[in-house]
Design a protein around this ligand. Structure first.
Ligand code: VG1
Ligand code: CO
Length: 597
């Protein structure tokens, strides 16, 4: 028999910058590769943030989007999990109750009774190290894990010059809340050592259990390699009417679709669910082989980076198109000729047609939510259907709390995120299946469904301008000055005229959110200028940058009647005002945004 694997405690020095942002820690791959123990420090901080007693005998899920550095990082996570007691514990005599890592306690302690143990400790790792973000959420929930480590920088490009990221999801399957991420950050600032089992070699290619003998007290250590597509597909089968979808996609009068996985992690899920199970021809799923560098592309499903897909749909051959980001939580929805459904409209249309989805027929609808910058299209559906609407700061963690409390069923963000309470993440494929369910039920085109929606509710024109790679100090200074400016009493009475349009300020503030479940207050969530006609300009600094700052300007304007105009034309006056008030171009030397979505 092999001798037990050694467990080492390695001294290290802390880094001051490991504060998780909107969605985990994101840095250039180079940072993880070249700064000594940068990766180890953060992983140790995650494990140390979990109470040892909770860690022992617990299940932790590990997966990633397959980007460059994914495999290296998974190996380290597993070696450190082993050394940190995520495993079958030996008998811990706690209040005379033996919590041994087997169904029945068979340790050397003397017991008068045998105690059943609630859970066998293990690490669940995605096959080949792959697991989409929504599937990770699904697996965490199904396996009753204490949480999961997801290795992804989401929509950011990958490769040696690209980005890498890590996030921690809690037992509910959603991104850890601020209290947890603050704890991780605090630990990372003072960390002095980490524990690791460097000799542990995992075979990521073979499904099933692998057991390791360690020389520490937490032995043995079990890792289970799982195929995450099946549990996720199973969840989808219980939410949607697969027979109706199959008829839509491969029946007699089937429609044609094109789904672009952008060489991210979602390829195998698309293939298995849409092609193998729902009968779409193989050529309707493109870029479905996950690649370490996402094929050199930017796996961000928006008007700029999904331009190839949009162009390929212009000929009108396809009725429906969609693309996903690197980790599979984002989506873009397109109709024939590449008609674009804004994410703000997408969630509103799904809300209005929610009973086309069997899941909601059974579970009912408890509430709707959108992030603050997302357009108010959803609010109109909520009002008409008398369903509660919540407005949260950007980032999915805020939705999770409402869902756990049974107050929220469907939610969305303008940043190409839509999902429901079947799990606790944005879910790209779910959004596609939701749209296909609506198409199956209504037998109309995407464009007609969208037009009907605007005819019924009016239209919220929406766009977002991103200014990437801005100097951090310049960006912060601009936000500080802007906050002072809009806080001034005189600002509240101001009018802005652009050509023949006049906008009167009604309210201006720095958005603050009080969680209705636990009363936690989140401050400083974006500067809002709201005009008397309901139009809004919102300024925020991105919390997902790996480098420099990104300034985001969100524009939202409502029209009851003139609903068939070009969004960029309608919103141009607001954009002019936004740039003028902030002096953004003057301060940065830019003359326009890097990306418009
Ligand atoms: C952005 C989006 C936000 C989203 C977050 C994570 O954050 O604006 O809505 O939740 O990305 O998405 P920020 O702070 O950069 O604006 V993902 O798919 O990149 O993890
Ligand atoms: Co993502």
């Amino acid at each position: 028999m092999d001798s037990p694997l050694r467990v080492l405690t390695v001294p290290t020095s802390p880094y001051p910058d490991q504060r998780p942002g909107t969605n985990g820690l994101r840095r250039k791959v180079r940072v993880f590769q070249t700064r000594r123990n940068y990766l180890h420090n953060f992983i140790q901080s995650i494990f140390s943030s979990i109470d040892l007693r909770d860690r022992q005998g617990s299940t932790v899920v590990v997966g990633g989007d397959g980007r460059f550095f994914n495999q290296t990082a998974i190996e380290v996570v597993v070696q450190m999990a082993a050394a940190n007691g995520v495993s079958d514990p030996v008998c811990v005599n706690l209040l005379n109750l033996c919590v041994h890592g087997a169904t029945w306690c068979v340790c050397s302690h003397t017991h008068t009774h045998m105690y059943p143990r609630p859970q066998v400790g293990r690490l669940i790792v995605g096959h080949h190290g792959l697991m989409s973000t929504p599937a990770s959420s699904c697996v965490i929930r199904k396996s009753k894990a204490i949480g999961g480590i997801i290795l992804t920088a989401s929509r950011h490009p990958a490769g040696p010059d690209g980005d890498f990221g890590m996030k921690f999801n809690s037992a509910n399957g959603g991104p850890a809340n601020d209290a947890v991420t603050n704890k991780i950050y605090q630990i990372s600032r003072t960390i002095e050592e980490f524990a690791i089992c460097p000799g542990l070699r995992l075979d990521l290619t073979t499904l099933g259990k692998q057991t390791f003998d360690l020389e520490n007290k937490f032995k043995p250590f079990t890792v289970e390699i799982v195929d995450s597509v099946e549990p996720y597909a199973n969840l989808m089968r219980n939410i949607f009417d697969f027979a109706a979808l199959k008829e839509l996609l491969s029946g007699e009068n089937h429609i044609k679709i094109r789904l672009d996985a952008m060489h991210g992690v979602l390829g195998p899920y698309v293939k298995r669910i849409l092609c193998e199970e729902l009968g779409c021809p193989a050529n309707s799923a493109i870029n479905c082989v996950p690649m370490e560098n996402f094929g050199g592309q930017h796996p961000d499903p928006n008007l700029l980076y999904a331009a190839d897909l949009i162009d390929s749909m212009r000929d009108g051959e396809c009725d429906f198109g969609a693309a996903f980001d690197g980790d599979g939580d984002r989506n873009i929805i397109l109709g024939r000729h590449g008609v674009f459904v804004t994410p703000s409209d997408s969630v509103a249309v799904i809300a209005d047609n929610i009973f086309c989805i069997p899941y909601f027929q059974h579970s009912g609808v408890r509430g709707f939510a959108r992030s603050m910058p997302t357009s108010a299209a959803l609010d109109r559906v909520a009002k008409a259907t008398k369903i509660e609407l919540y407005e949260t700061p950007p980032g999915w963690k805020f939705f999770g709390n409402l869902m756990d409390a049974g107050r929220l069923s469907l939610c969305g963000e303008e940043s190409f995120g839509t999902s429901a309470d079947h799990l606790r993440e944005r879910d790209g494929l779910w959004a596609v299946l939701a749209w296909l369910s609506i198409l199956a039920y209504r037998r109309q085109s995407v464009e007609d469904i969208l037009k009907d929606h605007w005819l019924k509710y009016g239209r919220n024109y929406f766009t977002r301008y991103d200014y990437d790679n801005i100097d951090i100090d310049t960006a912060c200074e601009m936000m500080e000055d802007l906050e002072l400016l809009i806080a001034d009493k005189s600002f509240a009475k101001q009018r802005f005229a652009v050509e023949d349009k006049i906008y009167k300020v009604e309210k201006a503030d720095n958005f603050e959110y009080t969680d209705p479940v636990d009363s936690t207050i989140s401050r400083n969530q974006g500067l809002r200028i709201i005009f008397s006609d309901g139009s809004r300009i919102i300024y925020r600094l991105s919390g997902t940058c790996s480098d420099g700052a990104t300034v985001r300007i969100y524009l939202d304007s409502y029209e009851k009647e003139h609903i068939f105009q070009d969004a960029q034309v309608v919103l141009a006056p607001l954009a002019t005002i936004a740039v003028k008030i902030s002096q953004l171009h003057l301060r940065t030397g830019r003359n326009g945004p890097s990306v418009i979505t």
